[in-house]
Design a protein. Structure first.
Length: 132
């Protein structure tokens, strides 16, 4: 739900999707929504996310870094919500936090389930970099 929320609220011009074998089933849905909203899917990368594949970290870092180089840091936002901890660290290292906001989808929970419609986007930023 978080990634879909970002597509609807931010309405980006283009997106880069990372997915795993488990989330690959959702990719067609995301691409269909992106197409309906005239959002270009510029790249898709499948990740293994296994401890036996250390190159995954480099793939995430290099792909995000290349995307930012091509399209500009000031025109990029990074949604860290759906990623693993390792993914989030490597992706965030690839961005300049002064130029590229890192976003996280917050959610209210009730009875161990997310409450639909109670999500919000949180901009992750060190206090020293926040605008007053």
């Amino acid at each position: 739900p978080g990634a879909l929320l970002v597509l609807f609220i931010i309405n980006p011009k283009r997106v880069l999707f990372f997915y795993t074998e488990d989330t690959k089933k959702d990719l067609a849905r995301f691409k269909e929504i992106a197409q309906k909203k005239n959002i270009a899917v510029v790249e898709e990368k499948e990740l293994n996310l296994s401890d036996e594949v250390p190159d995954e970290d480099e793939i995430v870092y290099n792909t995000v870094s290349d995307f930012i180089t091509k399209y500009g840091a000031e025109k990029t936002a990074l949604d860290l919500t759906p990623g693993t901890k390792a993914f989030s660290v490597m992706a965030s290292w690839a961005v300049d936090p002064k130029m590229t906001p890192c976003l996280y989808i917050g959610q209210k929970w009730g009875k161990r389930k997310m409450i639909p419609g109670e999500e919000w986007i949180r901009r992750m930023q060190p206090r020293a970099q926040q605008k007053e």
